[in-house]
Design a protein around this ligand. Sequence first.
Ligand SMILES: Nc1ncnc2c1ncn2[C@@H]1O[C@H](COP(=O)(O)OP(=O)(O)OP(=O)(O)O)[C@@H](O)[C@H]1O
Length: 255
Amino acid sequence: MSDDPVVRVRGLRTQFGSHVVHDGLDLDLKRGEILGVVGGSGTGKSVLLRAIVGLEAVQAGTIDVLGQRIGTLSGAERRALEQRWGVMFQDGALFSSLTVRENVEVPLNAVPGLTPEQRRGLAELKVSMAGLPWKANGNVPSDLSGGMRKRAGLARALALDPEILFLDEPTAGLDPIGATAFDTLIVTLRDALNLSVFLVTHDLDTLHACCDRVAVLAERRVLTTGTMAEMLQVDHPWVHEYFHGPRARAAVTKD
Ligand SMILES: Nc1ncnc2c1ncn2[C@@H]1O[C@H](COP(=O)(O)OP(=O)(O)OP(=O)(O)O)[C@@H](O)[C@H]1O
């Protein structure tokens, strides 16, 4: 298997009007790792995720995903590549009028040759892999708790057996027990499905529980990357405060 990163970003520049979000940003997601992407509010974590999956215009730089250059692909190539990743957006982005199973079936509609029964069976499998009870298949999102909606979003992200999973703040808004269960699920799925995971988070517990490496966004770029242990040595005011502050100490104490 190739050692090439599954996501390689070089020299990325994004901006909205005169507001430059990223400038000269480099980042690699290695195959099989869970990479935690952290940074202060508004540093561009979500914009970076959206740029990587081709949902955000970029002003300069290159983004390669699974060896293919985003922004240069034909419609057919792009659709084929999109089937190799799954995205769980911060708010779940579920269709409110569809049941959980129907939501998970949406990406499966793009797969030619599947019968309705096969689509249904595959969707139900993903719902159960995301840790939801059988009965949730028939629920609409508004029937579910916030944690269950997150799991439904995860089930949909897993629908096409992706190689890469993009997660935008998966534990935001969950109670600590729900968040811990979600952390465990992410690691279990990575191990079972050999996923590479790009995980945007503010949650120090998630970084400790899940992440092989951390990338810190600051000053419009990836300021530093490394293991949690390496983060403790970084001499930058925001990084130091984040990894040594009271919340960081609480997260370490719980290990
Ligand atoms: N569509 C848009 N139009 C204009 N500005 C935008 C747009 N999307 C994002 N921005 C700006 O880009 C910057 C980065 O936004 P982004 O949502 O990526 O931050 P973030 O690091 O994910 O923040 P948070 O941790 O609060 O979720 C912010 O200043 C935001 O206001």
